[in-house]
Design a binder for this molecule. Structure first.
Ligand code: SAM
Length: 220
């Protein structure tokens, strides 16, 4: 999907991927990335209006998201009742950054592929849900290095992907086989498969068995 298609989906309210509740896989495994530490800087790529970001902030961490559709960002702050400021990003012409007044949540309205560590720094943790599966398959090869370039030396990266028989349904979400996660990330990360569950999305692939897999990755 092109950026304009994502904008159209948000405008039409076609956001079946969004959940009002904390992601259950995150709830179960957050300790593996937070690692008992305080004030972690947590990256949430392609963040939408995920309530997981508020959860990280409520736990005392700093959440940083990147989202190409502005409406998703303003909806996040409005629905969560969080006051925010809006500024341009000097190092990235055309981008805008929305910051919660308490400084715990920072959301960039920008294309993920324009993000570098010069602009947003490096991260202690990454929570990556419904991103790799959302992108066009041809963009995966540049997505993985974009993300790994933002990992700090001790970064813990939780990646959630979906896999299903692609002849039975048309994404997004697109299927990401486990072998592809290895191909994309193994040159720069140690990869551990830590959980799988059956995924029952509301409107997607009703009768197709869809498996959700969670990987924990650390820099090599
Ligand atoms: C499937 S949604 C997942 C949202 C969020 N991670 C969640 O769990 O609810 C994918 C999001 O990525 C955004 N998006 C798509 N392409 C993007 C890009 N190139 N850069 C930044 N955001 C993008 C879409 O607007 C959409 O909100």
């Amino acid at each position: 999907m092109a950026t304009t298609d994502w904008e159209a989906s948000w405008k039409a309210g076609k956001i079946g991927f969004h959940s009002k509740a904390l992601n259950p896989m995150l709830e179960k495994h957050a300790s593996k990335i937070l690692d008992g530490q305080k004030n972690c800087k947590v990256f949430v790529p392609l963040c939408g209006k995920s309530v997981d970001m508020k959860w990280f902030a409520d736990q005392g961490h700093n959440a940083v998201g990147v989202e190409v559709v502005e409406m998703a960002i303003t909806s996040f702050y409005e629905e969560q009742g969080i006051d925010y400021t809006k500024e341009s990003v000097p190092k990235l012409p055309g981008a805008t950054v929305y910051k919660s007044k308490d400084g715990k949540i920072t959301l960039y309205n920008a294309d993920i592929f324009s993000m570098t560590s010069d602009i947003i720094g490096k991260f202690d943790c990454i929570w990556d849900r419904a991103s790799l599966v959302a992108l066009n398959k041809t963009d995966r090869e540049r997505y993985a290095p974009t993300l790994t370039s933002l990992m700090g030396p001790n970064c813990r990266y939780l990646l959630s992907v979906l896999d299903y028989d692609p002849s039975k349904a048309k994404g997004p979400p697109h299927n990401v086989p486990n072998s592809e996660v290895a191909t994309l990330y193994e040159s720069s990360c140690k990869i551990e498969k830590i959980d799988t569950s059956l995924y029952h999305p509301s409107k997607f692939a009703k009768d197709v068995e869809c498996v959700q897999t969670l990987f924990l990755m650390k820099p090599k």
